[in-house]
Design a protein around this ligand. Structure first.
Ligand code: ADP
Length: 509
């Protein structure tokens, strides 16, 4: 079960095992599953081990065994391994991007961006390995030194989704490794091959056996077992809000740390004084890039009423020009959605919108003509006359669907934009600096954009959301290390006598 570099085409698609304790292994239960190309469902990209609780336990024991030596390895030495991994990722960028398009469907230019984000994150974390990671703080007592340092947590469970199959794993794995943790990594069942490739690269870069363990499989089996495992003190999860909150509840009850990056219902506000052509460009990219399958996707367009007619006319024309197809075809603007279940779920939202009397302007159908019928393609969909309380204005769709919500003025735009339970990414288009800054002040989200769509995060800044979207953690940037390390506070008293804080320093009378 060693992963071969064979062309991953069905029916001879290779079978991949788990990677545990430095070796590829068959799943204990012997079960496997397939990863298929969402643009051509008959194409099997690979067969993968379907892990369960026994595989997870094996991986956790391997991680526990590797942890002490890895935690003692100097941080710059750990960072050097990341640097080598970043170089390998860069060397293989094109091959990884093509594989990503075949496994996950996003168009090739975006797949290259996903790999680049992984390279950037890995390089960034390598650099963080030589930065200060603590503070010297003055003591109130004489002959006493106080400082803080980051220490690893132990075995960290990383559970990732399929929409950024390389970038998101690097957001977790790289800081977790740099901080000195050992990892059990459970990638999404729709994109296990990208996870295998990432693990191979880290091994090649020199990561010691057992430090990073990969268990592929389904969320309710492998994922749930990882969350439950008593010797995994921290979980980092990116995925749906439903699953994330259930995981948080399980972790809370067991006294575990949990970092959550969940969904969004992101809005772009278009004020009448804004550059409408720029806003249309932004809406197209924000709503239909990655077929709308980004947690930051622009799924609401909150437009000041006096600009609605012109904005809508321009946007409808542009949506009509979007070319749906296989992401490997350079003519393609919008690729497939991830799987059949998601295809029907997205269509269910079109039906919900129509039932609630939103007006469908374009799209709203599963594409079945010609080669599109072989994959999971949904026509880019635009609704208007959407009211804020409608399901399509409140629930995360995760597909190429967006909704124009007309509002009377700036005040109503703020209320509507903030009026969902999510708090990930909000954008405002205006040429008025005062209104732009007022929006920055008032928008309730982890990320706010001015004159740019709701997607487009850069790895050197914190990423995450408020309200239902998260639980206070931020990935990426310097904040990434907070999720994957503990603080240790150290007091060194070299006075040779008992010194009592607060008491000896405040003697009265
Ligand atoms: P999506 O709808 O985007 O697939 P999910 O939240 O279902 O999002 O999945 C994100 C990740 O969480 C995947 O790796 C999936 O296997 C995993 N997962 C799903 N259900 C559970 C669960 N009950 N416990 C742990 N992990 C899970």
């Amino acid at each position: 079960m060693t992963p071969a570099a064979a062309p991953a085409e069905s029916p001879s698609a290779p079978t991949y095992g788990h990677f545990i304790g430095g070796a590829w292994r068959e799943p204990i239960g012997g079960r496997t599953f397939e990863s298929r190309n969402p643009a051509r469902r008959q194409e099997v990209v690979g067969r993968f081990a379907a892990g369960g609780a026994d595989d997870i336990d094996l991986a956790v024991q391997a991680a526990r065994a590797a942890f002490p030596a890895w935690a003692r390895t100097p941080m710059p030495e750990r960072a050097d391994i990341l640097l080598r991994a970043a170089r390998l990722l860069a060397d293989r960028k094109e091959a990884l991007a093509e594989l990503m398009t075949r496994e996950m469907g996003k168009v090739l230019t975006e797949a290259r961006g996903d790999v680049q984000e992984g390279i950037d994150m890995t390089l960034y974390m390598a650099g963080q390995g030589r930065r200060p990671s603590g503070e010297t703080v003055p003591s109130e007592l004489r002959q006493k030194r106080c400082f803080t340092e980051r220490v690893p947590i132990g075995v960290v469970g990383c559970i990732t989704p399929w929409n950024f199959p390389l970038a998101i794993p690097t957001w977790k794995v790289m800081p977790a490794l740099l901080a000195g943790n050992a990892i059990v990594f459970k990638p999404a069942e729709d994109t296990p091959l990208m996870a295998v490739r990432l693990v191979e690269i880290l091994i090649e870069a020199g990561l010691p056996a057992g430090v990073l363990n990969l268990v592929t499989g389904f969320g309710e089996d492998a994922g749930a077992a990882l969350v439950r495992h008593a010797q995994v003190p921290a979980i980092s999860f990116t995925g749906s809000a439903e699953v994330g909150h259930a995981i948080a509840a399980a972790c809370g009850g067991a006294g575990k740390r949990v970092g959550l990056e969940l969904g969004g219902k992101n809005a772009m506000i278009v004020l009448a004084d804004g550059d409408l052509e720029l806003a249309v460009d932004g809406a197209l990219w924000g709503a239909f890039g990655t077929s709308g399958q980004r947690c930051t996707a622009t799924s609401r367009l909150v437009v000041e009423r006096s600009a609605v007619a012109e904005f809508t006319e321009r946007l409808v024309a542009r949506v009509g020009q979007l070319h749906l197809g296989d992401g490997l075809d350079p003519a393609t603007d919008v690729g497939p959605v991830i799987n059949e279940r998601q295809l029907h779920r997205i269509h269910g939202y079109t039906e919900a919108g129509q039932q609630e009397a939103a007006r469908l302007l374009t799209g709203g159908a599963i594409a079945t003509d010609g080669a599109l019928g072989e994959g999971f393609f949904y026509r880019p969909t635009l609704f208007t006359d959407v009211r804020p309380a409608m399901r399509i204005a409140q629930e995360e769709i995760f597909g190429p669907t967006t909704a124009i919500i007309p509002v009377d003025d700036f005040e109503e735009a703020m209320t509507v934009a903030n009026g969902t339970r999510y708090g990930l990414s909000l954008a405002v288009y205006t040429r008025d600096l005062q209104r732009a800054m007022a929006a920055v002040d008032r928008l309730e989200a982890g990320i706010v954009y001015v004159n740019a769509p709701t997607i487009g995060a850069e790895i050197q800044l914190p990423f995450g959301g408020t309200k239902w979207t998260g639980n206070g953690h931020r990935e990426a940037g310097t904040t990434a290390m907070d999720e994957f390390s503990e603080w240790k506070t150290v007091y060194i008293d070299y006075s040779g006598r008992l010194q009592r804080a607060q008491i000896d320093t405040h003697q009265t009378g």
